[in-house]
Design a protein around this ligand. Structure first.
Ligand SMILES: [Zn+2]
Length: 120
């Protein structure tokens, strides 16, 4: 089953390495150019639960930020001043202006790549 997707070869290598460090045997399926995320990272269904529990920390090691915030605490997508905005109980940080979860992997990847986060 697919545990995450990636569009950079370097991310694919880091994801496979991160899963391997956790004892999870993942492999990459190349969906071919043109897909939004070209590679699907797959694991055996027997390891799916562990892989899904690890995916956040595997990506966190690749994306060296914990949220898509500027150094002075603004949303990187709309510029909203996030001072005083608490994390939700689930550990998300939702921008009140544009609605993006700034702690999500997708938001952190989008910021790194200079694009808007994809929906869903
Ligand atoms: Zn925003």
């Amino acid at each position: 089953m697919v545990v995450t997707t990636a569009d950079r070869k370097s991310d694919v290598q880091m994801l496979l390495y991160g899963f391997r460090l956790r004892g999870i045997d993942a492999h990459a399926h190349d969906k071919a150019a043109g897909s939004a995320d070209r590679w699907a990272i797959l694991v055996d269904p027997a390891q799916a639960e562990r892989a899904l529990a690890s995916v956040e920390s595997v990506w966190a090691a690749i994306l060296d930020t914990d949220s898509a915030r500027t150094p002075d605490g603004r949303c990187v997508f709309c510029g909203y001043d996030l001072s005083g905005i608490p994390d939700t109980p689930g550990g998300n940080l939702i921008c009140p202006e544009c609605g993006v979860n700034l702690r999500s992997i997708e938001a952190r990847r989008a910021w790194r790549e200079g694009r808007r986060p994809r929906q869903g």
